[in-house]
Design a protein around this ligand. Sequence first.
Ligand code: CP
Ligand code: NVA
Length: 300
Amino acid sequence: MKHLLKMLDLSKEEITDILNLADQLKYELKHGIPHPHLKGKSLGMIFQKASTRTRVSFETGMYQLGGYPLFLSASELQIGRGEPVQDTARVLSRYIDGIMIRTFDQKEVEDLAEYGNIPIINGLTDFSHPCQVLADLMTIREFKGSFDGLKMCYIGDGNNMANSLIVGGLKVGMSVAAATPVDYRPAKEVMDFAQGFDCFTITNDPRVAAKDADVLLTDVWASMGQEGEAEERRKAFVGYQINDDIMALAKSDALVMHCLPAHREEEITSKVFEEHANEIFEEAENRLHAQKAVMVKLMG
Ligand code: CP
Ligand code: NVA
C-alpha cells in the first residue's frame, strides 16, 4: 500500500491490518505508552474545504506519532492561484514525507499520487472519504466484536460517504443495503463493484434497507460544494431519514453512526442522534486512531 486514495484500492487484508494497528495505537494512547513511529517526519495537510475532525485528528495524530503536521490552506498556497497539482506534488515531495489532501475532484488526489513520490492520503473528495470509513469500520468492529453476519444499512445521498461505506462494508464481509433516491445513486464505479456481491442491495425504500440492520448510517443531504442545491435536495430527500420508524425495523441492538457534521431533523432526528451519541462520538474519536494507523503504514 503506497497511498490511501479510495476504498476501492484496498484489499480486505490491508483494511484488517489498518484496523488492528488502529486498535493497538488506541490502546497505547489510553495507557500512556509512547508510540513515536514518525519521529522526524512531516505531513502536509492541504484543505480546499472546511474541516473540524479531519484537520484536528490528523494534526494531533501526527504530533502523537512524533512527527510534524503542516496545515496548508489551499487558498494560501499557489495551488489556489492555479499552480498545477502536478508541480505542487513534485515540489512538496522534496520537503515533506506525506500529504493529506481534502478537495473536490478525485482526479486531483490521483494526480498528486502519480506525480509526487511521497504517500498521498485522501482526506475527502466528492467521490470518496476513506479515512472516515476506516474509522467507521473500526467502530463497528469495536462495538460488535466482528463483521461476521452483520448487515450495514445506509440511507440518504449516494455521495462520498455512501461510495466509501458500500465498498468498505462489502470488502470486510458485511451485507450492505443502501437506500437513495433514484437520481442520487452512488457513483457508477461503486455500483459496478457492488453489483458483483449477492449481499448488496440498492433500493429507493429506506424501510427495505433498514430491515434487520445491525448498523445504520447516514450523511448530510447536501455535501460541501453543493450548498446551492440545498433547497432542491431538501425536497428530493424527504423520507430518507433515520428516525424511530426506521429504527423499529432494524435489530433492537443496532448501532447508529454518522460521520458528522449532522443536520438534525433532516437525515437524522435529534432523538435518534442523542440515543446513539455513544457510538457516534466514539466513531469521531476513532478518526484519530485509524488515521494514525494509516500514517504509520504509509510513512513509517
Ligand atoms: N467527518 C469529517 O470528515 O468531518 P470534518 O469535515 O469536520 O473533517
Ligand atoms: N458528504 C459530506 C461529508 C462530510 C464529512 C461532505 O462531503 O460534505
